[in-house]
Structure formats: C-alpha cells, structure tokens
Design a protein around this ligand. Sequence first.
Ligand code: BG6
Length: 471
Amino acid sequence: MKFAHDFLFGAATASYQIEGATDVDGKGPTNWDEFVKIPGKTFEGTTGEVAIDHYHRYKEDIKLMAEMGLESYRFSISWARIIPDGVGAINPKGIEFYNNIIDECLKYGIVPFVTLYHWDLPLCLEKDGGWLNRKTIDAFLNYANVCFESFGDRVKHFITFNETVIFCGHGYLAGAHPPGIHNAPEKYFQATHHVFTAHAKAVIAYKKRKQYGEIGLSHVFTPAFSIDNSEDNLFAAMHANQFNLNWFYDPILKGEYPDYVMAWLETQGIQPKITADDRESLIIAAPLNDFIGLNYYQPMRVERIHMPGDVVEPTRENATGAPGNPSFDGVYRTVAMDDKRYTKWGWEISPDGFVSGLQLLKEYYGDIRIYITENGLGDEDPIIDGEVCDIPRINFINDHLVAVKKAIELGVNVKGYYAWSAIDLLSWLNGFKKQYGFIYVDHDNGLARKKKASYYWYQKVIETRGSNLKS
Ligand code: BG6
C-alpha cells in the first residue's frame, strides 16, 4: 500500500471558512458577508466574521501543517481581498496577505495549491447580477490575471472554481446560498454556463503566460447509482449523471455540452444563451486543462419518481446534502438505504462508491489527471481526557485512501489527495458544530489550536507513503 513519490498528500481549506477579518486591511464585502445576516440561513446564525481567525494566525496554522508533514496545502483566495469592488483597484494589503501565505508554505516545502473562487464573490458583482451577468466573466478573467501575475512565479497549481453545481444549485434552485433564489432552472443553467466560460477564458489566459504550471477546476463528485436493476431506476441514475456529472465536465473537458441535457433544456425552453465567442473559448480551453479536481464525500442512490419540480422548500435543512430530496425536475429522488452507512449528518460513507465512480469517470473522460481536492468526515469529535479522539475520521480517511489506491491500480490517473480539512473551520450551513479538521480549534478558549488523534495518524500516513493504511 505505498503511494508513488510524485503523489501529493495534502489537506484543504477555503478563505471564507477560515480567515475571518472580513473588513480588515481594505477587503471589500462579499455575497456571503451579506447572506449570513439573513435570519435562518446559517446554523445558529454563525458567520465568517472571525471564523477561526486564520488571517492573524496563519503562521501558527501553517507551522502545524508543516509539522504534520503536509506536502501540499490547498487554500482559496478571497477575490474581494485582492480587488475589493470586484473590478477596480487592486488592494496591496490583499496581495501581501496571500504572498505571506504562499511564502510561509514554501518556507516549509509545502506545495501551495490555489483555488481562485471558493464561493465568496465581491458584493458589488453580486448586486450587479452575479453569475447571471456576463460582465462577471470578464471581471473573473481580470481577477484571475491579477492572481497569475502576482503569485504565478511561486504557485504552480491553480484551481479556477470550486463546485459550480453547489454554488449555482444552492444559489438558483435551493435558495440556500447567495443569491438565495429558489427554483429558477433557467437562471441556474445560464449561471453555470457563465462559470464554464469564465473558467475557459482563465485557462487560455494562463497558458498564454507560459508560467509552466497546472490549471484545472474542482467539482463535487457525487456519482449516481440506481437503487436496483429496474429499468426505471437505471434510467434515473443515467439522468442524474447527465445532469450532475456530464453537464459539469463535458464543457470543460470536451468543449461542448451533453446532447441529452441540451435536448431536455430545449423541451423546457430554457437553453442557456451561448455566444459564438463562448463556444470558441470552451473549445480552445478544453485540451489545455491539466487536471480535474474531485471533491468526493458520497455517492447518490437514486430512484425514479414522476412528479413535477418545485417540491423542495428552500430551507437550510433540505440543502445539507443528506438523501431524501427529489431532483429539481421531479425525475428522481435520492434515497437513504438500509444496507448503507451514514454520517451523523446523513451523508453516505462509501469508499466502494468512490472506486466505481472513478471508473465511471475514466470511461467518460479517459486518462485526465485527477487530484482528489476534498474528502473527509464531518463529525462532532469526542474529547476524552482533554484529547480529541476522532477515530471515525481516521477510519474514514483510511478507507478512502485505500479506495484511491485501488482506483490507481485499476488505471485511474490520481496524482494527489487533499483531506477536507486541514483544520476545523466554519461549515457554510452547519456552523462550527460539524468538524472536519486534523487540528481542533477551541472556541471556548480563544480559538486555541490542538492536534487531534487524526493529526498524528495522517503524519504517519505521509511519512510511510501510505504503508500504515489498513485495507
Ligand atoms: C464542499 C465544500 O462542498 O463541502 C466545502 O467545497 C465544504 O467548502 C465541504 O465545507 C463540507 O460541507 P459541509 O456542508 O459539511 O460543511
């Protein structure tokens, strides 16, 4: 069970979930800074105002990561820290902050893996229509260029977007993320198209610079499987994969949209507006992508239903990822099954689904390089005699790393694994109650950091390149 020497063992975070300091040193306000003020949108009204104060404690945090032996750290840049109003002047303090983070990583030999967009959009842009406004494509391209220019000499791995399906799905179908719009499929598909186009333009711009690094995007990977072999439910799984998988990878990797989804959109009269220039960008960018990032937490078990859409109320509770919800088009429902295991938040634990999903992806997209950019267990960690005994997390990550190894042996081109998360952080909808980190943050004791059992365990995994994993 040894991973190759060029396989990166990492861990990840995102700006809004850790930094705090939301209006410090010239940072502009974001869509999330506003959204969390709406009562009922987040767990117990938690906000990212302080988060875990990484903005002021990044040295301590990166030192802990280095001590753990982390080979690579995936973090995101807050657009509004760099360009406070989204399009105008650059904030030197914002550049300085991320330069410090990058340099601190490099000091310890940690490879920085940078996400440009992990959901926090400058508020001015959101107010101007957000991802529904084509101008946001140009604004993103400008922001991406500023990042390439400022950090590209030292950062050799860029992710443009994190999980388009989540921020657009929750933003325009479930109403659970900003801009909080409910059940507007035409907006949802248009917004996703703008994101893919922004990605394509950024990829082309990056490659023109010849910085000799890698660029790609991360998607939440929830492969759908039928609950049985009935024709109806097999159809449901195919349909779910077309909408949740192919719609998100085809334009990126093939430069075109899947015919199946396009035909469905046509019957509904809600095809996104795609200009000739957009098409060209997608086609040019497709072969330039160096990798895709996969955030894997759970698969979907689906069954066919026959009901119209608009059956899910836009609440935080039904947007938290647990099965039991119908799809927005009323074609299928996600199902919890008796013979499966689930987390406290109702997410299925399925390393086998991971292997099968990766094989499915290989069938669709061949040998594209893959980084697992997120995978982990959200839990309420027990504290026994002052020690954080997160044994379920150790078991979860163990089993998923074994699954990654299995997939590699089956010919899937996986080059790295980033546990979610490096340190306990703010969950968008679940506050601080749901923990993911290797490092505990004590909210009753001035946000003091403490190593968990999983910290020492992952340290050993990295040190032995996986030889200590139990299969
Ligand atoms: C991923 C996101 O979808 O899931 C992360 O990229 C997020 O930002 C993670 O924190 C876990 O989600 P949750 O809802 O359990 O906090």
